[in-house]
Design a protein around this ligand. Sequence first.
Ligand code: GDP
Ligand code: IMO
Ligand code: MG
Length: 415
Amino acid sequence: MDSLLQQLGHVSAVIGAQWGDEGKGKAIDILSGHFDVIARACGGANAGHTIVVGGKKHVFHLLPAGSLHEGKTVILGSGMVIHLPTLLEEIALLRKNDIDIIPRLLLSDEAHIVFDYQKEVDAVMEERRSQKSGGKIGTTKRGIGPAYMEKAARTGMRLGDLHRFFRDGGDLRSELAWRNGFVGALFSVSLNVEQEARNLEDAYEILKDCIRPLPSLLDVMEGRRILIEGAQASLLDIDHGTYPYVTSSATTVAGALQGLGLAPRLLSSCIGVAKAYCTRVGSGTFLTEAKGDADNRLRERGGEYGATTGRPRRCGWLYIPDLVFSARLNGFTNWNITKLDVLDEEDIIPVGMGEENGKVRYEELPGWKKSTVGITSFDKLPENAQHFLQFIETKTGVPVSLIGTGPGREQMIIK
Ligand code: GDP
Ligand code: IMO
Ligand code: MG
C-alpha cells in the first residue's frame, strides 16, 4: 500500500471507465483512511456506491463512500445536484451506525438543490421520449437531468440561497409559487409548495452550518490530501459519452476538478476503475453485450442489479477501445480492475478489441477455472488470471494497481 500511496500523491481521483457501477465506492473506502478530505464533485443521488465492511452492506448515494472513516472531512462540491431529503436520510443512516457526520460535513453553497418536482419532470420527460425513435434513456428518475437543465437555464436554486430564505427573511413561498408557474407551463407538473418548503426548512435546520462558500472550502482543502470520488463514469459523460444515453453532468476527472473548483495542476493521480467485464444500466449502445446464458451468468455471479433502482444491469465483456478512450480522457495513472472473481468459472473470456465490418472482433483469453475470491496477493492468482490482467495493462498502457477479488473491504489485491 505504501508505494501505491506514494504514487498517488496528494490529490487523487477515482473515476469510472465504463458505464458506472464499476466498484468505485469500494476503492474509495479502502483508500480513504490515507487521505484527509474525501470529496464528491458532480452528479447526485443517481449514484449508488456500495461497500461491504465486516459483512455489512452500506450504500451511498450523495455522501462519499469514504464517509465511514471517522475524522475525515467530507465535501459535497459545487458541481453536485443534491436532493436534501435523501441527504438527510443518509446522514440518519450513518447516525444509526453511531457516526455523526455533521461536524465534518461541508457542502458547497454553489451546489444545486434537486426538488421533488424535478423527479416528476424526469419521469414526464422519459415518457415523452418513449414516443420518439430512440426511446427512453432509462434514467434513474432522481431528477438529475431536470436539475441540471434548470442550472443551465439559470433558474436553479443553490444551497447558498437557503441562507437568504431562512436566515435573511427572504420569501420562500413566493419563490416556490413562481417556480410552480414556470414548470407548470413547460411540463404540466405542479409543485407541492408546502412539501417542498418543508423539505428545505427541515434540511436547513440540520445543515445550515455545513453550507460554506467555495473560497472557504478551498481553504480547507489547501495543502491537505484529497481523495475525489467520481460518480457515474466516463462513457456516461454529457460531452464525451454515448450521447444522448448519458447522464447530465461531466463525469470525467476534468468535470470533477471543475465541480470542486480545484485547479487541474493540483491533481497528482487518477485511478480508472473498470470491471473485469462490463455492465450498463439504462439504454444505449453496448457493443460487447452478452446474450443468453453468459448475460445471466455474469448478472447472477456479479450481483448485477442497480444499487439505486434495483434494475437488472445489462452484462457483457470488456471492450479495450473503450478502456483506451477512458484512459486518454482522464489520464489514468493506475487501474483498479474490479470483480475479477466473477469470471472464476468462465472457460474462455472474450475481450472486444475493435470493430470490423460492423462486427466486434474478439480475442478469447483462457479462463482460470479456480476461485480467486479473497486473494490479496498478485502472485497467488492463477496464471491465466495474471495473464488476463497483464493483457489489460499491455493493451491500455496503464498499470493495474488494484484488483478486486470480492465485495468485502479486505478482498483487494494492492500491487
Ligand atoms: P460504484 O457505483 O462504482 O461504486 O459500484 P456499485 O457499488 O454500484 O457496484 C459495484 C458492486 O460490486 C457492489 O455491489 C460492490 O459491493 C461489488 N463489488 C465491488 N468490487 C467487487 C469485487 O471485486 N468482486 C465482487 N464480487 N464484487 C465487488
Ligand atoms: P454510479 O456512480 C450506473 C445512468 C442511468 C441512465 C443514465 C442517465 O453508481 O456508477 P440519470 O438518472 O443520471 O439522468 O440517468 O445514466 N446512470 C448510472 N448508471 N451507475 C451510475 O452511477 C449511474 N448514474 C446514472 O442508468 O442510463
Ligand atoms: Mg453504482
